[in-house]
Write a protein that binds this ligand. Sequence first.
Ligand SMILES: *Cc1c(COP(=O)(O)O)cnc(C)c1O
Length: 218
Amino acid sequence: MIAANIDKIKQQIGMGVQLIAVSKTKPVPMLMEAYQAGQRAFGENKVQELLAKQAEMPADVEWHLIGHLQSNKVKPIAPFVYLIHSVDGFKLLEVINKEAHKNNRVINCLLQIFIADEETKFGLSEAEAKELIHSAAFEQLTNIKIVGLMGMATNTDDETKITAEFKGLKIFFDRLKEHRSTNFELSILSMGMSSDYMLAVEAESNMVRVGSSIFGTR
Ligand SMILES: *Cc1c(COP(=O)(O)O)cnc(C)c1O
């Protein structure tokens, strides 16, 4: 079942789009089923749960933190986290940088951009993102690298609205891409989940985060 779901989604999204299997709330045996089907990139939204699963899963899994991250939760994931999708402020970035430095590594991050018209979704506005990356303090962060942007569309059946939000983020992504520094080089546009990943791919997302369409409803 899980293997067939992954195959189907991969066919739909095509070769140029990376699939992150969002395994939150699902037990390790289900993750192992995905692993045995060749899946290596897994997404979790809670640090405790990510740590527990990381301890049980094979070492070559790439762990993606996709949910809101509190500064005081960065330390335990810093040694191994593959990509943090949900950076939404300078203070958090500073903490990630500090913990990455302690671990002698660079942690790749995405800036989460607020594109939905809902109050519950975290993220930076486009103006805030621009201000952040152009600040002098940002340049000093040598143990993080911003490699892309992440966005979540409004939870609605209105496909026109979802598409407009995704396309808006793609335009911002292309504009921001022109800015380059040692710790900033955009290549990843993470948008799309079970309900809207095909709309995201049509809007040129190159990384989709899919949970329930792989593992079943939560
Ligand atoms: C849960 C979650 C997903 C996946 O949601 P599904 O609808 O199950 O595909 C994607 N992105 C984030 C940030 C999430 O928290």
